[in-house]
Design a binder for this molecule. Structure first.
Ligand code: CA
Ligand code: CA
Length: 283
């Protein structure tokens, strides 16, 4: 870990914007300034990435994956009795299995922004250079899901002690069961505001519009500190904006790619929340 990690590439304008590629100097989250104080730790509070899964074998993520110490890998037994067999790095809530491998790339991208392994001489650094990422897969690799899978995923994160959840997903009508799952969790829930460029005050977007004491709705900004054109917004319903256009991060299969969306802004906020929780565990 370092205040100036060797993998803070020019592509990571959201972490540190020096005006590269026509951006605005300091339109970023001030990551180096934070890292001078704290850059994470291997036993940091657990962050659940509730998404399409995570490539837990990615060389820039593997060391920062949460490990369920109560589970013996690959023995076909639910050793810790939590209802899921061989859930070593998280839960596949869609398929009801212990394997949350990402076959899509979206969740792996989000995980890399939160906690790509920092200062390891390759790829990217996350907002947290050291962390514990729990993979909670609520989508099939095709991107489809259902309320029951989403609820199972949220409840697993709660049961297994996630302090923060990162939710780069949304759409559809409000759902009482999903609301209840979030509401019964003591974690801080970071939620994407959506990409339809609408005003969420007048056209609610879920889950980010749920009236909860412990959620944060995130819009997307660009490298010039403007709202990204696609980003939803809302004076009452959206809490904060974070970098979400042309975000470079990990993808499944050990690779890297740039993506845009409030999906990419959300993990910047989850990472910052994780740094705070790591530096100040009693907060
Ligand atoms: Ca288990
Ligand atoms: Ca790295």
């Amino acid at each position: 870990a370092s205040a100036t990690p060797d993998d803070l590439t020019d592509k990571l304008w959201g972490m540190h914007n020096t005006g590269q590629n026509g951006g605005k100097v300091d339109a970023d989250i001030d990551a180096p300034e934070a890292w001078a104080i704290h850059s994470g730790r291997k036993d940091a509070p657990v962050i659940a990435v509730i998404d399409t899964g995570v490539d837990y074998n990615h060389p820039d993520l593997k060391a920062n994956m949460w490990v369920n110490k109560g589970e013996i890998p690959g023995n076909g037994i639910d050793d810790d009795g939590n209802g899921v067999v061989d859930d070593v790095h998280g839960f596949n809530a869609f398929a009801n299995s212990g394997n949350p491998m990402d076959g899509h790339s979206h969740g792996t991208h989000c995980a890399g922004t939160i906690a790509g392994v920092g200062n390891n001489g390759q790829g990217v650094t996350g907002v947290m250079q050291e962390a514990q990422i729990m993979a909670v897969k609520i989508f099939a690799d095709s991107g489809s899901t259902n309320a029951a899978a989403i609820i199972r995923g949220i409840n697993y994160a709660t049961q297994m002690g996630a302090r923060i959840t990162s939710n780069s997903w949304g759409g559809g009508a409000a759902n009482q069961g999903i609301f209840d799952a979030f509401n019964s969790s003591p974690a801080l829930h970071i939620m994407a505001a959506g990409n339809s460029s609408g005003n969420n005050d007048t056209r609610p977007h879920y889950p980010s519009n749920y009236e909860l004491p412990n959620n944060v709705a995130v819009a997307a900004s660009d490298r010039n500190d403007n709202k990204a054109s696609f980003s939803c917004y809302g004076e009452k319903s959206v809490d904060i904006a974070a970098p979400g256009r042309d975000i470079y991060s990990t993808v499944n299969g050990g690779g890297y790619a740039s993506k845009s969306g409030t999906s990419m802004a959300t993990p910047h906020v989850a990472g910052v929340a994780g740094l705070v929780a790591s530096a100040f565990p009693d907060a």
